[in-house]
Design a protein around this ligand. Structure first.
Ligand code: NDP
Length: 239
């Protein structure tokens, strides 16, 4: 079975690992990003890259149209693209707050809404949203990011109720700290502090997040919807 899969922010980091995992499984994969580039290891599987800033509904619509022409309607959507703009509340500008919400939460709304029309017609679909352990635990200096990531949980659970009767599942994966560009900016000291709080005592590799996403998109996960699946080495236990 070769499905039409879209991974937003699939040109690097966690999104790339997710895209590779679907491509290795034989799916037709499209990745979007603001740069519109596709890394060679992913292009080797015939995956396509589409330039698309998810803060722009027009670009989202155009990207879906292009993907539908090349691969057919999106059957598996992974809303992965995300940003951070960390700072303490008193220093956080309104733009720091709203731009993170616009990318991480409203961006997911834009792509899920665009995908869902075709999924409803097909009476099947799989949606996975990439949240974060921070959305549930909170983190000083990340009020904007945490708000966007916990917002994804309410968004997903509402849609799980709204779309379930049409055989569309929508789940959330909440990674802990993962080795990517996003976490490369943290100081060695901060990294040590983080790892000290992780029962498994290390960061995750992007492929370890991808494995959970691929499972939630598989036939084996047909009865799982509205779930929040942690891939965090135990960091967020208790939620
Ligand atoms: P990276 O910074 O490595 O990659 C972010 C991706 O998002 C890039 O592909 C980037 O592409 C894309 N992106 C950002 N803004 C936009 C936009 N406006 N429109 C389209 N694409 C955009 O991050 P990670 O791989 O680390 O993170 C991926 C997801 O996982 C994010 O949602 C992040 O919040 C989440 N996460 C990450 C964790 C970590 O420890 N790394 C932990 C928990 C969650 P481009 O810049 O080319 O547009």
């Amino acid at each position: 079975m070769s499905r039409s899969v879209l991974v937003t922010g699939g040109n690097r980091g966690i999104g790339l690992a997710i895209a590779l995992s679907f491509a290795e499984g034989g799916d037709k994969v499209a990745v979007t990003s603001r740069s519109g580039e596709v890394p060679a290891e992913l292009a080797a599987y015939g995956a396509i890259a589409v330039k698309c800033d998810i803060t722009d509904a027009g670009q989202v619509d155009a990207a879906f149209t292009e993907i539908e022409e090349k691969h057919g309607p999106v059957e598996v959507l992974v809303a992965n693209a995300g940003i951070t703009k960390d700072t303490l509340l008193l220093r956080m500008s309104e733009d720091d707050f709203t731009s993170v919400l616009d990318t991480n939460l409203t961006g997911a709304f834009r792509v899920v809404k665009r995908a869902s029309a075709k999924m409803l017609r097909a009476r099947k679909g799989r949606v996975v949203l990439i949240s974060s352990v921070v959305g549930l635990l909170g983190s000083p200096g990340q009020a904007n990011y945490a708000a966007s990531k916990s917002g994804l949980v309410g968004f997903a659970r509402s849609l799980a109720r709204e779309l379930g009767s049409r055989n569309i599942t929508i789940n959330v994966v909440a990674p802990g700290f993962v080795d990517t560009d996003m976490t490369a900016v943290l100081s060695d000291e901060r990294r040590k502090e983080i790892v000290a709080g992780v029962p498994l005592g290390r960061y995750a590799q992007p492929a370890e997040v991808a494995a959970a996403v691929r499972f939630l998109a598989s036939d084996e996960a047909a009865y799982i919807t509205g779930a929040v699946v942690p891939v965090d080495g135990g960091l967020g236990m208790g939620h």
